[in-house]
Design a protein around this ligand. Structure first.
Ligand code: PFF
Length: 477
């Protein structure tokens, strides 16, 4: 579509996609999952999935955005028409919008914790504090719906402001300042960790490969994490892809995004575990690794309050550059479909996600147990929302892979990829077969408490279903 917005520079998509990919997933989730799952073996599966499944689907999702040049929902509507496929494929856009909305709702609450810790660090409140004090402080934050709502509101409002200013003045300019600053901070924290911590212990923990340490659950978590960290299946990459210059190389860009994202996770892991081992602390603390263990490590180190404060600013910046990519696909849809102004569209999305976020806030305190959610689903509202996104995300990725792999014609794809036939065939094989198989595997994990023959049976059904679907898509291509 002519007249559609395009990023100012050829390389801006790369900047935006890296901004979306690098976030709480790298700095908070990756280190604690690695810590819980025994280190090296987890990383091996994570990296393998990124390269064999993540990159091809990243290319597919960007391609769907760039060929349609519209928001994910309208873009998929357009593609189902031009490719004469069932309109059901439009659900790629709807599913993405729903996931983006749900993820934004809890992402903002957790990013809000980082705001709290930035403040605590920079005011020196935690200097010299002991383990009991720091852990009681985190519990007190979680116990306070008021405080959590305040931080959640500040975070989401700031993200909204950036997206509301438009893709050039808001998103592009914001990222151009934020991203280089984030990389500088990351390097500073790494150097600090090397000087004050135990980088040898951290490196051997992260890079010593022992497959026996990895449970099946860990395996699946590694694969799920590789989707989350690349922002796949949620329309974020598709929305940004719609603004991508036709001249930029899809393959090279996707590889660069995956490479930078993985490098950031590794460097963050190295820095965090250096500090944790240096202070003689435990690695397997789960989600509290960043908010309890790490502040404790900083508490007794030289300039710990300052570097800790700067570290939490890094976490905040990375979270903002990701949350704006969750707002964009839905806001762009509202603008296209209902002719709204951008500020109106952003306000609607963000106010709704903010209200939804309150469910996450109360899941840690007043509604921590004994609610309707617990009665119906055996978990808190926050855990339920997280579970939903864990289902939607791989499902979206799966459908994107199938649509791009089977419905787009060879000519179209060759034009988009702009490479030789060998790479085209490799890519198409990966999105047609390898991606869907791997994603189905991750997807099955999210069905709770399945045992015995259920998983293989569902797996077989899924494979048959995928095959049937792909044949129908092929006919229409
Ligand atoms: N990739 C982000 C992270 O690792 O923190 C999270 C995320 C952002 C997921 C945007 C999905 C998305 F659309």
């Amino acid at each position: 579509m002519s007249g559609h917005n395009v990023w100012t520079h050829k390389g801006t998509f790369l900047l935006a996609a890296v901004g979306s990919a690098v976030g709480l997933g790298n700095l908070w989730r990756f280190p604690y999952l690695t810590g819980e799952n025994g280190g090296g073996a987890f990383i091996l599966i994570y990296a393998l999935t990124i390269f064999a499944v993540g990159i091809p689907i990243l290319i597919a999702e960007t391609m769907l955005g760039r060929t349609s040049r519209q928001s994910p929902i309208m873009g998929m509507r357009h593609l189902t028409k031009t490719h004469k496929t069932s309109r059901a494929w439009e659900s790629i856009g709807w599913l993405g919008a729903a996931s983006a909305f749900l993820i934004l709702s809890f992402y903002s609450v957790i990013a809000g914790w980082a705001l709290h810790y930035t403040w605590l660090m920079l005011t020196g409140s935690l200097v010299g504090a002991d383990a009991a004090t720091i852990s009681a402080g985190f519990d007190a934050l979680l116990a306070s719906p008021g405080l959590m709502t305040l931080y959640h509101t500040l975070f989401i409002a700031f993200s909204a402001l950036i997206v509301g200013m438009g893709i050039h003045k808001g998103i592009e300019s914001g990222l151009r300042i934020m991203m280089p600053a984030l990389f500088v901070i990351l390097i500073v924290v790494l150097i600090y960790g090397v000087i004050n911590g135990d980088v040898r212990a951290a490196a051997s923990f992260l890079f010593t490969f022992n497959i026996a340490d990895l449970s099946l659950e860990g395996w699946l978590q590694a694969m799920g994490q590789s989707f989350f960290t690349l922002s796949l299946g949620m329309g974020a990459i598709m929305a940004y892809g719609a603004y991508m210059s036709s001249e930029a190389s899809l393959t090279r860009t996707a590889i660069a995004v995956a490479f930078v994202d993985t490098a950031v996770a590794m460097v963050a892991g190295l820095a965090i575990f250096s500090l944790v081992f240096g202070a003689g602390l435990e690695t397997g603390q789960g989600p509290g690794l960043m908010f309890v263990t790490l502040p404790l490590a900083f508490a007794d180190m030289p300039f710990g309050a300052l570097v800790g404060g700067v570290f939490f600013i890094l976490v905040l910046g990375a979270a903002i550059s990701s949350s704006i990519s969750l707002i964009e696909p839905v806001a762009a849809f509202l603008v296209e479909r209902f002719d709204m102004t951008r500020p109106q569209a952003v306000t609607i999305m963000v106010v709704a996600a903010w209200a939804m976020g309150l469910l996450t806030v109360v899941s840690f305190n007043i509604w921590a147990e004994g609610t309707l959610f617990h009665a119906l689903f055996g978990r808190s509202a926050f855990e339920f929302i997280e579970l939903l996104t864990n289902i939607f995300m791989p499902l979206g990725g799966l459908m994107i892979a199938l649509f791009a792999g089977w419905a787009l014609t060879q000519n179209e794809v060759m034009k988009e990829l702009g490479t030789n036939i060998t790479w085209f065939k490799t890519w198409r094989f990966l999105v047609r077969f390898v991606g869907p198989a791997a994603v189905s595997f991750v997807f099955l994990r999210t069905i709770p408490q399945v045992e015995g023959y259920v998983v293989p049976t569902l797996g077989a059904l899924l494979i048959v279903g995928i095959f049937a679907l792909s044949q129908r898509l092929r006919k229409s291509a």
